[in-house]
Design a protein. Structure first.
Length: 156
């Protein structure tokens, strides 16, 4: 089975990595789709996000990282993915993802697999990492090493 794990990953966190590792154990191939929104600048440029994710997942043999610019269901169909993977941290995430999953199935016939975040990572999010960086706090406990190096070297 080929699965697509879409997201902005801005930046990629250890919570994302945990979902990737767990999904890889169940999938023949996992495609991590880095969302590109031309109307939004982003914190880390998309091509660099892709590189940093490739570095963080280099130990996994069945992962491919791509840039996504179209609708998730269209991209999944184009790549032959029959499943969309999403990590969920809380009831709020479940509420949002349930609506997305229903739409993705209705519009594209693609099922969604939710992977609950491990308790020790349930509070980790890209927005929390960005906020901590803005406060000049250490984020090494929340992001893979390559991401931490980039964020530290490019702190404003």
């Amino acid at each position: 089975m080929i699965a697509l794990f879409p997201g902005s990953f801005d930046p990629f966190t250890l919570g994302h990595l945990d979902v990737v590792e767990r999904a890889c154990a169940a999938c023949e191939r996992l495609i991590i789709g880095v969302g590109v929104n031309p109307r939004k600048e982003g914190f880390v440029p998309p091509a660099l996000r892709k590189e940093l994710i490739e570095d963080a997942t280099s130990h996994l043999r069945n992962v491919e990282v791509v840039l996504l610019s179209g609708a998730t269901v269209d991209e999944a169909a184009r790549m032959g993915a029959t499943l969309i993977v999403k990590g969920v941290r809380s009831g709020h995430d479940v509420d949002y993802e349930a609506a997305q999953a229903a739409l993705n199935y209705d519009v594209g016939g693609v099922d969604t697999w939710w992977i609950p975040t491990r308790p020790g990572l349930s509070y980790v999010s890209s927005s929390a990492v960005r906020e901590l960086l803005g406060l000049q706090k250490d984020v090494s406990r929340y992001v893979p090493e390559a991401v931490e190096r980039y964020l530290t070297d490019n702190r404003s």
